[in-house]
Design a protein around this ligand. Structure first.
Ligand code: BGC
Length: 245
């Protein structure tokens, strides 16, 4: 099946058609920068631009960085607050003329890794953590997703962990790899104490630089970088939609 996967992020929206049987992109991904914080209506225009770029008329899987309940976005920690509570499916279907399925961005990335990537065939508990503008999480038990875990918001010093350990936080706080890695390692240690995963997958753009910081993390679980790196969100959103047809 062919589905257009779209990943809405903090600084850009990316999309590509995906073969959901193989997890492969069917065309080079199209990326539109969103330097200003967009309202839902503004974001719908950008999503429609991606759809127009591929002359797409089929189903769309849309990953969004917030809690998703059915067709509603419940939280929007790093995007416009007006996304909260609205029916994103209605908005995006209207803007694109296509059938839209909605999923949390980290859950999407996790799905791609579990079906075709670093978590393929792994039994037991698998935890994917994405490090980007925010910190996202996806939790699996024997390949089944437990939706909307928001482990990036685990409190550290009374704030969301993502304020300290996201990729953006590393740059903002001007931390070197050792300093950031040590803090990220302590955070992962807390997650392990609570969830005891057998495998931890690290995703997000920074996972391509895993050699620079994995040595500071020292988890009990096996630790691997995501196989899809930055494309997991696109592939996983498409898989989510395909599994709901
Ligand atoms: C959001 C999550 C999202 C993560 C990564 C967090 O701020 O609350 O829903 O998965 O960022 O984008």
């Amino acid at each position: 099946m062919k589905v257009l996967g779209i990943d809405i992020g903090g600084s850009a929206v990316k999309g590509a058609p995906v073969n959901t049987k193989t997890g492969r992109l069917l065309a080079e991904r199209h990326r539109i920068e969103t330097p200003k914080q967009l309202t839902p209506a503004g974001m719908a225009k950008v999503v429609a631009e991606i759809v127009a770029h591929f002359k797409w008329h089929g189903p769309i899987g849309l990953g969004f960085p917030g809690v998703i309940h059915g067709d509603r976005i419940m939280t929007s920690a790093n995007l416009h607050p007006r996304f909260c509570g609205g029916s994103a499916i209605k908005l995006m279907s209207k803007a694109t003329g296509c059938r839209v399925a909605l999923v949390n961005d980290a859950d999407a990335a996790g799905l791609a890794e579990i079906r075709f990537g670093a978590g393929r065939g792994v039994a037991g508990t698998v935890l994917l953590i994405t490090l980007g503008t925010g910190v996202g999480s996806a939790l699996f038990q024997d390949g089944k997703l437990f939706q909307n875990t928001e482990l990036g918001h685990l409190p550290i010093r009374s704030k969301s962990a993502e304020r300290f350990v996201s990729s953006t936080a590393r740059k903002r706080r001007k931390l070197d790899w050792a300093e950031w890695g040590t803090e990220l390692g302590a955070y992962l240690h807390t997650l392990e104490t609570l969830l005891w995963p057998q495998l931890i997958i690290i995703g997000g753009g920074v996972s391509t630089k895993h050699r620079k910081f994995f040595k500071y993390l020292k988890p009990r679980a096996k630790l691997v970088p995501a196989k899809f790196f930055n494309e997991a969100g696109i592939v996983g959103a498409a898989l989510w939609a395909a599994e709901r047809q």
